[in-house]
Design a binder for this molecule. Structure first.
Ligand code: TRP
Length: 329
């Protein structure tokens, strides 16, 4: 069985794009692999160091992962900062990470450009901390989006370098977990290509039905088709893409027909779309509300998760220290 590690930064609520892009696949994947899901709160400090919201954000992600179907009896779910061993591995890996390669990382250059007043060392060494997360569990596979591929490549480089440097076959080189066909990209409601928090075009898993209806109603549309069987503009194609994910085939066919015969009424399409999105999110939202108020359950999940993760971390760190020549008197 492969070990899979998935990490998410704790910077807010999860939306429909996160659900179909990753979370729903995770709930299946956890039965076929040994899975670790963790919330990267240290990483979020590189750009969002705000003590007023940090804990709340971590709680949101933890709650929403559980509500969406990550099962703590099956997988290990933990908070990064509950496993301080990762800091030591990060420090040790940093001794073999070079300024040249770190400063050339695309994500570093981008963030340094955007936040000129806060180009901190944590940002520079973001890839080594991520490598420590992954190598700590000697993960085989890591589900990552396009934006994280370079970080994974660097993790492989750090692993290889460590092995070469110390003449060992210790770290595995992790590869990207590829969901292939199952990967669904959810577009925004504003005619843009992608649903994303920074784009401000999201439907959140925790959103109530009124608010979802309102957002779908306001989604961008055009004046309607002028000729039968014409091509759809992007904003309409986007609504159909979401419809295909949340609705039945009959519903999709019905609106395709209406489009093709120029009889489509966007009001009807949106009403149906909102209804079917709510069918998906309502049960998740209900569980979010339950779990949110169950401090004892959250405490139990986080504590047990940390224990399981720390057992792995402790073993890895002991072996790494040994390989590097760090010994006790
Ligand atoms: N950098 C990842 C992101 O922003 C989060 C992350 C941190 C991560 N450590 C990781 C992902 C380890 C996978 C494995 O999405």
């Amino acid at each position: 069985m492969d070990t899979v590690l998935s990490g998410i930064r704790s910077t807010g609520n999860l939306h429909l794009g996160n659900y179909y892009g990753a979370l729903r696949n995770f709930t299946r994947m956890q039965h076929e692999n040994k899975c670790f899901f963790f919330i990267a709160d240290y990483h979020s400090l590189t750009t969002h160091p705000d003590p007023k919201i940090l804990h709340g954000n971590v709680k949101n992600v933890l709650t929403e992962y559980l509500a969406a179907g990550i099962d703590p009896e099956v997988s290990t779910i933990y908070i990064q900062s509950d496993v301080p061993e990762v800091c030591e591995l990060y420090l040790l890996l940093n001794m073999h990470a070079y300024l040249g390669e770190l400063s050339k990382t695309v994500s570093f250059k981008e963030k340094a450009r955007k936040h000129k007043d806060n180009v901190n060392a944590g940002l520079l060494t973001y890839p080594t901390l991520m490598a420590a997360d992954i190598l700590m569990h000697n993960a085989d596979k890591v589900p990552v989006g396009k934006d994280q591929e370079q970080h994974l490549e660097m993790t492989r480089k750090f692993a290889r370098r460590f092995n070469n440097m110390y003449g060992v076959e210790y770290f595995k080189e992790p590869v990207a977990y590829n969901f292939g066909q199952e990967l669904i990209k959810i577009p925004g409601l504003d005619g843009s290509g992608k649903m994303g928090k920074s784009e401000g075009n999201c439907i959140y898993l925790s959103e109530d039905s009124k608010s979802i209806e309102k957002k779908v109603k306001r989604a961008l549309t055009d004046e309607g088709p002028k000729e039968p069987n014409s091509e759809k503009p992007e904003c309409i194609e986007n609504l159909f893409t979401i419809l295909k994910v949340v609705s039945t085939e009959e519903v999709v066919m019905h609106f395709e027909d209406k489009w093709n015969t120029c009889e489509i009424r966007y009001g009807d399409l949106k009403k149906q779309l909102a209804e079917d999105i709510i069918k998906v999110t309502a049960p998740i939202r209900e569980r979010i509300l339950d779990i949110q108020n169950d401090e004892a359950y959250l405490h139990k999940v986080a504590t047990e998760g940390a224990e399981k993760a720390r057992a792995n971390a402790d073993k890895t760190l002991g072996e790494v220290r040994e390989i590097m020549g760090i010994k006790k008197f």
